[in-house]
Write a protein that binds this ligand. Sequence first.
Ligand SMILES: [Zn+2]
Length: 156
Amino acid sequence: MGEESDSLNFSQTDKERENEMKQYYEKKITQLLNKISNIDTKAMRYYEQYQQLLKNGLSSDSLQLELDNSKKELKDTKDELEVTRVNYDQQMRILTEQFISLNETVSQLDTDLIRIKQHKVTCGKCKNWNILEYVFSPENTGLFCSKGHPIQTIQP
Ligand SMILES: [Zn+2]
């Protein structure tokens, strides 16, 4: 019982860490998508204005410059989004691998503990065999044998 709740707590902490990381990346990706959408709108407006000026036989170097800047900003933000997505995938993969490996370790420890608890010790006084699970149980505060003798030394 005790070991089961321990490993549950352990998985819970790991899950919370995973969720925090997920939320962080999802927020960042949403921010970048919004930024891209805003820059896209801005670039579209500059482009329309530029086309209008060309139609009227006018030219505007400053508008062309702003259009180029918007295009560059759009490209940079899209690159940042791509990097963020790759990092996110990597982090989640590492976390999942760690999670699986830690769960295996915990499960192995549980198995070991169940096995160790079945080891028997003899009481020095009455020579009765007692399993370690009984000797170390919380109810057995004084480390007594089943006959109530205090166990002095434990030999495997
Ligand atoms: Zn005894």
